[in-house]
Design a protein around this ligand. Structure first.
Ligand SMILES: [Zn+2]
Length: 399
């Protein structure tokens, strides 16, 4: 049972009912396409006339297209419906301290074009360059009518003001990204924490059983982000700060963190932590200079070639990654945890250490599957597209 919020509610009108039914039909078409109106009526339990009225609206708004794809006995041809992938394009922007990726995607989340740019320390300079790149991307596909922009950030966004409020790894103070981009592009902008966007994309991608309603996404990169979907709903918490497990202390004597604390999960179990462990193992001589310029991808390559110090650094990171995941499994008991980041490329060696740590800490309660996301799925970037799509396909907000 969900308690009704008496400060923010909307009574049901016939329009609310129509909106809910429309979203159900749109999602059924997406899932079962190509699908006939009769099948939609069976799947939804709605009357044929209601389904017909809804699909007429969806066709006139170009969300749905008709096509004769199936045959019935006695030569009758049913008209099948499918999502109109060409209706609009979506611009997705994945911001990381190490660089920013922009992409133009179709409604089926297929990427049509992409671009990359450095992430400046100065948010104003960054915004100017970003707006220039967005305009260039749109010009590269002038036939695509853009619907909106989704942005994934390594930080938390206040859902009320839309301002970025906590982003220790970017080093930006509270900044409004939404309004300047909307003003420059004329398109609506959806901003979200990268791990939240990944969690939504996972739910959206349909890789999981329909019964999966409690899903946690963990982004492992320069820091560690957590996105929580519980009972099918993204959890924002007070001021949008829910999910900051990356800044929960795991080791009170641990190294200082960008957030001002010590021994946070992310200073022990992120990519940056592994690189630091490796540099510490080369604390003197020529190799120490080498280690100080190394990035996580280099470390993965060294580990793959059998470098013992690189493997030791990766093992230590894996142990702390497991320790933090044990906190999530023990505290939330989700249906699944999806791990996103370069580290999944080394899951053959990292995964067993993570599993061992979970077993050590939780014993028989370590039942949640830990699923490494395939790097080629580019879940962070895909998540930015989902942010825009869920406006049309997600459940309506009823307070
Ligand atoms: Zn911290």
């Amino acid at each position: 049972m969900r308690k009704i919020d008496l400060n923010d509610f909307q009574v049901a009108t016939s329009e609310t009912a129509r909106d809910i039914n429309r979203r159900i039909v749109l999602n059924l078409i997406r899932k079962h396409q190509p699908v006939s109106r009769a099948e939609l009526s069976r799947q939804s339990g709605l009357q044929r006339s209601t389904v017909s009225a809804i699909t007429e609206d969806l066709i006139s708004e170009r969300w749905v297209k008709e096509g004769a794809l199936g045959f019935l006995p006695r030569g009758r041809k049913p008209v099948h419906l499918h999502i109109n992938e060409e209706r609009a394009g979506i611009i997705g922007i994945n911001i990381r301290p190490s660089g920013t990726t922009l992409a133009l995607a179709a409604l089926d989340t297929r990427f049509l074009a992409r671009d990359t740019m450095p992430t400046s320390d100065n948010p104003q300079a960054f915004l100017r360059e970003l707006n220039r790149r967005i305009s260039k991307l749109r010009k590269s596909h002038p036939q695509v009518n853009c619907e909106g922009i989704g942005i994934a950030l390594p930080g938390r966004v206040d859902p009320k003001s839309g301002r970025l409020i906590f982003a220790p790894n970017l080093g930006w103070d509270a900044v409004d990204l939404k309004e300047p981009i909307e003003r420059a592009t004329g398109l609506p902008v959806q901003l979200e924490n990268a791990a939240n966007a990944c969690a939504l994309a996972e739910l959206w991608s349909g890789r999981h059983d329909e019964s999966v309603r409690n899903l946690v996404a963990v982004t492992v990169s320069e820091g560690i982000g957590v996105g929580l979907i519980l009972n099918g709903q993204l959890i924002s918490g007070a001021s949008g700060l829910a999910g900051e497990f990356g800044h929960v202390t795991l080791d009170t004597d641990g190294p200082p963190c960008q957030c001002g604390n010590r021994g946070c999960w992310e200073v022990c179990g992120s990519n940056s932590a592994a690189v630091r462990y490796y540099a510490q193992a080369h604390s003197s001589g020529k190799t120490s200079r080498l280690a100080s310029t190394l990035v996580f991808d280099d470390l993965l390559q060294l580990a793959r070639r059998g470098d013992p110090k690189a493997n030791a650094a990766l093992d230590r990171m894996a142990h702390f990654l497991g320790a933090g995941l044990a906190m999530l499994v023990g505290g939330l008991a989700p249906d699944a945890i999806v791990v996103i980041g370069e580290v999944t490329g080394a899951w053959d060696s990292v995964g067993p250490i993570v599993e061992r740590t979970l077993k050590e800490r939780l014993g028989s309660r370590a039942v949640t599957p830990i699923i490494p996301s395939r790097p080629d799925l580019e879940l962070r970037l895909r998540g930015t597209i989902t942010l825009v799509l869920q406006k049309h396909f997600g459940a309506p907000s009823l307070g």
